[in-house]
Design a protein around this ligand. Structure first.
Ligand code: FES
Length: 97
């Protein structure tokens, strides 16, 4: 996952499915995945909202995300930071409790 310039970011419609089986559309209008989850009234931990702290870390079960800026927080394989990413494909994700 590589950060690319804002001019080359392609925002498409993607279906986001959560661990409880519910899903919603990321329609490309939301700023990032954290904002999209908050619009769905999903509680996601956060602090910096800019890829620095890692507090928003979620599990990426399937699909891929595109980072709007390269995150400074450590991200393990199978995780992503919703505060600074958008979906590249349909996603299945798990929000830590
Ligand atoms: S809220 Fe800090 S990395 Fe996402």
């Amino acid at each position: 996952m590589v950060a690319i310039s804002a001019t080359s970011i392609y925002r498409s419609m993607s279906q986001i499915t959560l661990q409880d089986g519910t899903s919603f559309e990321f329609d490309g209008q939301q700023v990032n995945l954290l904002t999209a989850l908050e619009q769905q009234k999903r509680q996601v931990n956060f602090h910096c909202r800019a890829g620095f702290c890692g507090a928003c870390r979620c599990k990426l079960i399937s699909g891929s995300v595109q980072y709007l800026e390269e995150p400074l927080a450590f991200v393990r394989k199978g995780e992503f930071l919703p505060c600074c990413s958008i979906p590249q494909t349909d996603l299945v994700i798990e929000i830590p409790e």
